[in-house]
Design a binder for this molecule. Structure first.
Ligand code: C2E
Ligand code: MG
Ligand code: MG
Length: 613
C-alpha cells in the first residue's frame, strides 16, 4: 500500500517534473543553482541559451557568469548578490550581459537562499530575458521625454507669444494693449488713491531717423525707454504706444506737484544727448500730464493726450498739464477743423481781393486774393479765425487750392465781361509748396502765363530748402507764375531765402511799412531793403499802406507798388468787377487808345466799396 502510494508519488513527481520542464522551456526561463563555497554554478540548458555559451554541461565556473556581465553592471550585480547572501534572503537583480557574438542582452535574475545538506550557503534561482521590455521601456521613456520637452517648448513659446503680444520688440517695454489692461486694473484696485499719466512724444526723432538712419533711430528709442524707466518706480508702468510715443502710469503718485516733478525729471533725462557710435544725438520731448485723485484712471490717457497736444501746440519741448478748459478749447477747435475740412468742398471758401497799385501812377497793377470763409452760422470769417486751426490740422493746402480755383474762375468771368483784370497774387503755404503733386495739379488748371503770382507765406524754410520745394518753385516759375516773398522783414523771410529763391517781387511787411513815417531810421531801413531788391532785380511791394503819408514816403524810397487800406480794402468779386468797370470807363473817357490798366487811379472807388477788417 505504502509502495503503491510512493510509486504513484514517484510517477506524479516525474509527471510534475516534466510539466515543469515544459513550462520552463516554453517560458524560456533559465534555472540556476549556486553553491557559494564551491564557486560553482549549475545551469540548465536554457541558461546556456540565454548566455549563448553553446555548451550544455550543467556545471559552470562562477567566473563564466562574471565574465559575461556587462562591465558597467558588474559591480552592482555582485553587490546585489552579496547583500542577499549576507541577509540570507531573496536575490533580485537586473543586469546586462554581453554574448560572445557581442550582442547585449538584459536579464532579470531572482533567487532564493537556502543551505545545502552539508550546510553550505546556496541559491536557487531563475533568470530570463527582459531585453524587449527594457527596450520598450526605454523607448517609452524617451517618447515621454520628447513629449515633455515638447510641452515645455510649447509652454515657452506660448509665454513668448504672450509676451510679444504685450511688449514692444525694440525696447522690451509693454505696449498699448498691456498698458490699457494695467490702467483698467488700477481703476478696479481700491488700494490705489491717485494715478498720474505722463504722455511723452519725442521731438526731433524723425530728423534723427532721416539723417542718421534707422539704427540711430532705434538706439534713440532704446535709450529713451531706459531713461523713462529709470525715472519711475517698480510699481509704475511705462509703455511704448507709438513710433516715438511713450506713456507712463504712476501709481499713488500723491499730488500734482509730485507728478510734475517726475514729469520734469523724465523731460530733462530725455533731453540729454544720446551716444550713437561717435555721434551725440540730440532729442527733446513734448510731455502731457494728467492726474486722477479719485483713483479712477478712466479718461487719464485721453486727458494726458490732450495735454500733450497742447504741449506740441505751444512749440514742443515742454511739459503741459491737463485742464478741463484745455479739453473744451480742443473740442471747439476740433469741431472747427471738422467744418473747415468740408468748407472747400461746400464752396464756403472764397477769395476777397485787395488791389495793388503802381507807387507812382497809382494805376492798378495787381490784386491779392485773400481767403474768406463764408461760415453758415458765423458769417464771413477772416483768416485770423481759421488759418491757425487749418495749419494745425493740415488743411491749408486745400484752402490755398480753393482760393486759386476761385480766383481763376473770377478772372475768367471778368474777362468774359470785357474787363482786363491785372495779375492776381494768391498765398501759398509751405505745406502746399512741399506737395509732390503740386505741379501736376497746377498744370490741370491751365493757368494763363503772367496771370497769377504766388506769395510764399513761410519762407523761413528756404534757409535749409527741401529738394522737392525747390523743384516745385522751379516748376511754378516755368509755368509763367511769378514767385513773391510775403511779409519780408517780419522775421519769417530771410535774406538768404531771397537770394536762393530769386523771386519776382518781395512784399515789405506791414510792421516796417507802418513805421516808415515815424523815424528816419525806419525809412532808411525800408530804403535799404529796396536797394538790396534792386541789386537782385526784384520788385518791391509795400503792404499795409494805411495812410496817404505812408504811400508818399514809400514811393519816395523807391517801392514799386503799394497795397493797403489807404489804397483799397479787401473786396468781394462783384466789388472788384465794378471797380474794373469804372477803371475801363475812365480810361475810355480819357483816351480811347490808352493801354490796359494805365492812367486809372483806384484809390477812392475801391476804398468806398470795400470790406473793413
Ligand atoms: P498777407 O498775405 O500778408 O495779407 C495781407 C493781410 O493784411 C490781409 O489780412 C489784409 O486784409 C491785411 N491788410 C491789408 N492792408 C492792410 C492795412 O493797410 N492795414 C492792416 N492792418 N492790414 C492790412 P487777411 O486777409 O486777414 O489775411 C491775413 C493773412 O492770412 C495773410 O496775410 C496771409 O498770410 C494769410 N492768408 C490769407 N489768405 C490766404 C490763403 O488763401 N492761403 C494762405 N495760405 N494764407 C492766406
Ligand atoms: Mg499775402
Ligand atoms: Mg503779407
Amino acid at each position: 500500500m505504502a509502495e503503491a502510494t510512493s510509486g504513484r508519488s514517484e510517477e506524479e513527481f516525474q509527471d510534475l517534473l516534466r510539466r515543469l520542464e515544459l513550462a520552463l522551456e516554453a517560458s524560456q526561463i533559465g534555472v540556476w543553482q549556486h553553491n557559494v563555497n564551491d564557486q560553482e554554478l549549475l545551469w540548465d540548458p536554457q541558461m546556456h541559451r540565454l548566455y549563448g555559451t553553446g555548451r550544455r554541461s550543467a556545471r559552470v565556473a562562477s567566473d563564466v557568469w562574471m565574465n559575461a556581465l556587462h562591465p558597467e553592471d558588474l559591480d552592482r550585480a555582485i553587490s546585489d548578490f552579496q547583500i542577499a547572501l549576507e541577509g540570507k534572503g531573496f536575490y533580485n537583480s537586473q543586469f546586462r550581459i554581453i554574448l560572445p557574438s557581442g550582442e547585449v542582452r538584459h536579464l532579470r535574475s531572482r533567487a532564493h537562499y537556502y543551505e545545502d545538506a552539508d550546510g553550505s550557503p546556496s541559491f536557487i534561482g531563475a533568470e530570463w530575458d527582459v531585453t524587449a521590455d527594457v527596450l520598450l521601456n526605454r523607448e517609452l521613456a524617451s517618447q515621454k521625454a520628447i513629449a515633455e520637452a515638447r510641452a515645455i517648448a510649447l509652454e515657452q513659446s506660448r509665454t513668448r507669444i504672450e509676451h510679444a503680444a504685450d511688449h514692444d520688440y525694440l525696447t522690451g517695454l509693454p505696449n498699448r494693449r498691456y498698458f490699457d489692461r494695467r490702467l483698467a486694473e488700477l481703476r478696479r484696485d481700491t488700494s490705489v488713491e491717485t494715478v498720474g499719466v505722463v504722455h511723452i512724444d519725442l521731438d526731433g526723432f524723425k530728423e534723427i531717423n532721416d539723417k542718421w538712419g534707422h539704427a540711430a533711430g532705434d538706439a534713440t528709442l532704446q535709450s529713451a525707454a531706459a531713461r523713462i524707466s529709470g525715472a519711475i518706480t517698480a510699481n509704475d508702468v511705462v509703455a511704448r504706444i507709438g513710433g516715438d510715443e511713450f506713456v507712463a502710469a504712476l501709481v499713488n503718485v500723491g499730488n500734482a506737484e509730485k507728478l510734475e516733478a517726475i514729469a520734469n525729471d523724465i523731460f530733462s533725462r530725455l533731453r540729454r544727448e544720446v551716444r550713437f557710435g561717435n555721434e551725440m544725438l540730440r532729442i527733446g520731448a513734448s510731455i502731457g500730464v494728467a492726474l486722477s485723485q479719485t483713483g479712477s484712471a478712466g479718461n487719464l490717457l485721453a486727458e494726458s493726450d490732450v495735454a500733450l497736444f497742447q504741449a506740441k501746440k505751444l512749440g514742443r519741448n515742454r511739459v503741459e498739464f491737463f485742464t478741463p478748459k484745455l479739453q473744451a478749447d480742443l473740442q471747439a477747435e476740433r469741431r472747427l477743423a471738422d467744418e473747415l475740412r468740408l468748407a472747400p468742398m461746400l464752396r464756403q471758401i472764397e477769395p476777397f481781393y485787395q488791389i495793388q497799385v503802381d507807387a507812382h501812377t497809382r494805376c492798378i497793377v495787381g490784386l491779392e486774393a485773400l481767403a474768406r470763409w463764408r461760415h453758415p452760422e458765423r458769417g464771413l470769417l477772416n483768416p485770423a479765425a481759421f488759418l491757425k486751426v487749418a495749419d494745425e490740422y493740415g488743411l491749408t493746402a486745400e484752402i490755398d487750392a480753393a482760393v486759386l480755383k476761385c480766383a481763376l474762375a473770377d478772372r475768367a468771368a471778368w474777362m468774359s465781361q470785357g474787363l482786363s483784370p491785372p495779375r492776381i497774387a494768391v498765398n501759398i503755404s509751405g505745406r502746399r509748396l512741399a506737395d509732390p503733386d503740386l505741379i501736376e495739379g497746377l498744370q490741370a488748371l491751365r493757368i494763363p502765363r503772367q496771370a497769377i503770382a504766388f506769395e510764399l507765406v513761410e519762407t523761413i524754410f528756404l534757409d535749409d530748402p527741401d529738394a522737392r520745394v525747390l523743384a516745385n518753385i522751379a516748376g511754378i516759375k516755368e509755368m509763367g507764375i511769378d514767385i513773391e516773398i510775403d511779409d519780408f522783414g517780419s522775421g519769417h523771410a530771410s535774406l538768404l531765402g531771397l537770394v536762393r529763391l530769386k523771386p519776382k517781387r518781395l512784399k515789405i511787411d506791414r510792421q516796417l511799412v507802418t513805421a516808415v513815417t515815424m523815424s528816419d531810421e525806419q525809412r532808411r531801413l525800408v530804403g535799404s531793403i529796396v536797394e538790396i531788391a534792386r541789386a537782385l532785380n526784384v520788385e518791391v511791394v509795400a503792404e499795409g499802406v494805411e495812410t496817404e503819408d505812408h504811400a508818399r514816403v514809400l514811393a519816395e524810397v523807391g517801392c514799386d507798388e503799394l497795397q493797403g487800406y489807404a489804397i483799397g480794402y479787401p473786396s468781394s468779386e462783384s466789388e472788384i468787377a465794378a471797380l474794373l468797370k469804372s477803371v475801363r470807363a475812365t480810361r475810355r473817357r480819357r483816351s480811347p487808345r490808352a493801354p490796359a490798366g494805365a492812367g486809372a487811379g483806384a484809390t477812392g472807388s475801391a476804398r468806398r466799396r470795400s470790406e473793413r477788417n
